[in-house]
Design a protein around this ligand. Structure first.
Ligand code: F6P
Length: 364
């Protein structure tokens, strides 16, 4: 029997379970393959005792519409930076990658499928360079990978954000208010841009375009006549004013890989007040609601395609590559290509020009 190990790494994302299910369904059509899952990315392999889950058809039945991941995930640590506590209570990291590869060999693992974003695929590339038979499946709620047209989970997040804009419109209009919705988007403003367009927001603030607070205020004021009117602002968590840094929160989670962003909407309210905004303002931070719940049909379909393709890449021995969607094909790209160029909203992005065409201000 041959064994493929599946891991889900980084932040969770609607559709992860649909990928896992598709891998198992496709593998079950081959007589000589079994699928196992490592709990919490590669932690399950590195822990003593190891924690793995047998992923047979029974284990994955009906999970395609469940949010989260049945094998759990983590965006801390990893085989190359395993957190270890020093005697004085401080933390350090150690490289356990070779030990992990040896353990996988001992467990009879022939191939690994790592489902994760840019950080996770960097780990995949490094493990591949050390000789591991590994394949990547792209996952990012922020849609910030350029090596694939899109990833599962993103459209679900856009739908959740758009539903929230729709809800804020009626309350904003009833109270003649400025309603600010903070959405995810660390370095890339795709969720904000799509939700602002779909929801008909007046202002969209994204990490790629630092905003001028006076321009934001100008747009707000243009929407009020004798204090009557309303404004919807969609702001990405990574957005900030010209010359300012992203709003970061202190984070004491050991081995956390990114800065923890928080407070973009609160900061905008303060900046607007300082700039002289007299209108009533309220803010909503959507947070992890965008990552939870049922994936929409589009994401389930894409996730299923990714899962089937990933297993077929295992059969074909296409190690060192990540699944990629290039409309209308599901294909693959070398890890190196997958992790070098991020997918940011650029000034000439068609959707960006379209947003300006319907009068959305980016505060620039
Ligand atoms: O990178 C994806 C993302 O959803 C970011 O938009 C966000 O800043 C981050 O993950 C939050 O991750 P965590 O689960 O650690 O709060």
């Amino acid at each position: 029997m041959k064994r493929v190990l599946v891991a889900t790494a980084g932040g969770d994302c609607p559709g992860l379970n649909a990928v896992i299910r598709a891998i198992v369904k496709r593998a079950s059509q081959e007589r000589d393959w079994e699928v196992i899952g490592s709990i919490q990315a590669f932690n399950g392999i590195l822990w003593e005792p190891t924690e793995i889950k047998i992923l047979d058809e029974k284990a994955v039945a009906g999970i395609h519409f469940q949010g989260g991941t049945i094998i759990e995930t983590t965006n801390r640590g990893g085989p190359f930076a395993w957190p270890v506590k020093n005697k004085d209570g401080s933390w350090t990291t150690v490289d356990r990658s070779e030990e992990m590869i040896r353990k996988l060999m001992y467990m009879g693992v022939d191939a690994v499928i790592n489902i994760g974003g840019d950080g996770s695929q960097r780990i995949s590339q490094a493990l591949y360079e050390k000789g591991l038979n590994i394949i990547g499946v792209p996952k990012t709620i922020d849609n910030d990978l350029s090596a694939t047209d899109t990833t599962f989970g993103f459209q679900t997040a856009v739908q959740i954000a758009t539903d929230s804009v729709d809800k804020l419109v009626t309350t904003a209009a009833s109270h003649n208010r400025v309603q600010i919705l903070e959405v995810m988007g660390r370095d890339a403003g795709w969720i904000a841009l799509n939700a602002a367009t779909a929801g008909g927001a007046e202002i969209c603030l994204i990490p790629e375009i630092p905003y001028d607070i006076n321009k934001v205020l100008e747009k707000i004021n243009s929407r009020f006549v004798r204090d009557r009117g309303f404004v919807i602002i969609v702001i990405a968590e990574g957005a900030r004013a010209v010359g300012k840094d992203m709003s970061e929160e202190k984070n004491d989670e050991v081995g956390y890989m990114n800065a923890k962003l928080s407070g973009a909407a609160s900061r905008l309210v303060e900046e607007l007040k300082e700039a002289g905004c007299k209108h009533s303002m309220r803010k909503t931070v959507l947070g992890h609601i965008q990552r939870g719940g049922i994936p929409i049909a589009y994401d389930r379909v894409l996730a299923t395609q990714f899962g089937v393709h990933a297993f077929e890449m295992v059969l074909a021995g296409r190690f060192g590559e990540m699944v990629s969607y290039r409309h209308p094909h599901i294909t693959s790209v070398p890890f190196k290509e997958a992790i070098t160029v991020p997918n940011y909203v650029t000034l000439d992005t068609a959707l960006m020009n379209n947003a300006r065409g319907v009068g959305i201000s980016f505060g620039d």
